[in-house]
Structure formats: C-alpha cells, structure tokens
Design a protein around this ligand. Sequence first.
Ligand SMILES: *[C@@H]1O[C@H](CO)[C@@H](O)[C@H](O)[C@H]1NC(C)=O
Ligand SMILES: *[C@@H]1O[C@H](CO)[C@@H](O)[C@H](O)[C@H]1NC(C)=O
Ligand SMILES: *[C@@H]1O[C@H](CO)[C@@H](O)[C@H](O)[C@H]1NC(C)=O
Ligand SMILES: *[C@@H]1O[C@H](CO)[C@@H](O)[C@H](O)[C@H]1NC(C)=O
Ligand SMILES: *[C@@H]1O[C@H](CO)[C@@H](O)[C@H](O)[C@H]1NC(C)=O
Length: 119
Amino acid sequence: MKSIACCLVVVLSVSVVLICGESRQWGRRVSGDRLLNYAVVVNNSLPVPEKSSVYRYLPAAGAFRPPNITAIYARDNIPAGRGGYAGIVSGGVNQSNVTLKLTSQPYQRFNFTIEVYGK
Ligand SMILES: *[C@@H]1O[C@H](CO)[C@@H](O)[C@H](O)[C@H]1NC(C)=O
Ligand SMILES: *[C@@H]1O[C@H](CO)[C@@H](O)[C@H](O)[C@H]1NC(C)=O
Ligand SMILES: *[C@@H]1O[C@H](CO)[C@@H](O)[C@H](O)[C@H]1NC(C)=O
Ligand SMILES: *[C@@H]1O[C@H](CO)[C@@H](O)[C@H](O)[C@H]1NC(C)=O
Ligand SMILES: *[C@@H]1O[C@H](CO)[C@@H](O)[C@H](O)[C@H]1NC(C)=O
C-alpha cells in the first residue's frame, strides 16, 4: 500500500520535477490555481559569451484583482548541464507579477519553458 502511494506521488510529481538538472521551481501549485502565462524563451544568438533574456509576467492591465502567483516553473529544455540558469529579479510567489532573468553558460544557448500559475 505504501509503495502504491509512493508511486502515485512520483507520477504526480513528474510534471513538476522534470529530469533536467537546471530546472527551477518557486512556490507550489495549490488547488484552484490556473496557468497564467506560458512561454518558451530561447536565445540562440551567435557566439556571444553569455546570453541572457528577461522574461516578465504582468497581470492584464486594469485587472480588478490581479491573480496571486502560487508557482513559477522554469524548465530547462536542454539536457543535463548545458543549459542556462534562471533567477528571479523581482516579484514572485505571493505577488502579482514576476520578472525572471535567464542566463546561459559560456558559449551555450538556452531554451527555457516558463510557466506561471496563480489564483
Ligand atoms: C541573447 O543574448 C544576448 C547577449 O546577452 C543579447 O544581446 C540578445 O538580445 C539575446 N537575445 C534574445 C532573443 O533575448
Ligand atoms: C525549445 O525546446 C522546446 C521543447 O523541447 C522545443 O519544442 C523547441 O523547438 C525548442 N526551440 C528551439 C528554438 O530550439
Ligand atoms: C506565500 O504565502 C503562503 C501562504 O501564506 C506561505 O505559506 C508561503 O510561505 C508564502 N511564500 C512565499 C515565497 O512568500
Ligand atoms: C498573496 O497571498 C499571500 C498569502 O496569502 C498574501 O500575503 C499576499 O498579500 C497576496 N498578494 C496579493 C498581491 O494578493
Ligand atoms: C509587482 O507587484 C508588486 C506587488 O505585488 C507591486 O508593488 C509592483 O509595483 C508590481 N510591479 C510591476 C512592474 O507591476
């Protein structure tokens, strides 16, 4: 019984903890939240030593009560160690907006999938 429960937890976590090493997560999904924004951020620029991009989620202008962010996922789509690094610059969980900075390793490109959830 216990192992079945374990398996279930593993299966449920797969969408969260993808196998890639550099993926990051802030906060956690809660019941009733929804996907606020989804983006694939890629920087394939010609050999610049360090590539970076800024991703920003802002609530729709004039929203009466902007959703409160519950979880942010930055999933590195480039396998094991060759991808980039994601960090929060401002905003984040429990706020209405977030700005992430994505940075590559030297002379590597990056490809991140960003998901922002809130309720
Ligand atoms: C890729 O990174 C370079 C160096 O940081 C930057 O100048 C360029 O604007 C970035 N491209 C995109 C699409 O973000
Ligand atoms: C980025 O990664 C996604 C998921 O693996 C893939 O579908 C997409 O084609 C990639 N984009 C580029 C420009 O490599
Ligand atoms: C966000 O708010 C929840 C509920 O009050 C709290 O449990 C959680 O620690 C907060 N997270 C952050 C990153 O502030
Ligand atoms: C988001 O939720 C947290 C925890 O309940 C609360 O402290 C915070 O004020 C909320 N922020 C917004 C922008 O509603
Ligand atoms: C982001 O949200 C915070 C409060 O959660 C607010 O103080 C700040 O002005 C917002 N930033 C932007 C760029 O809207």
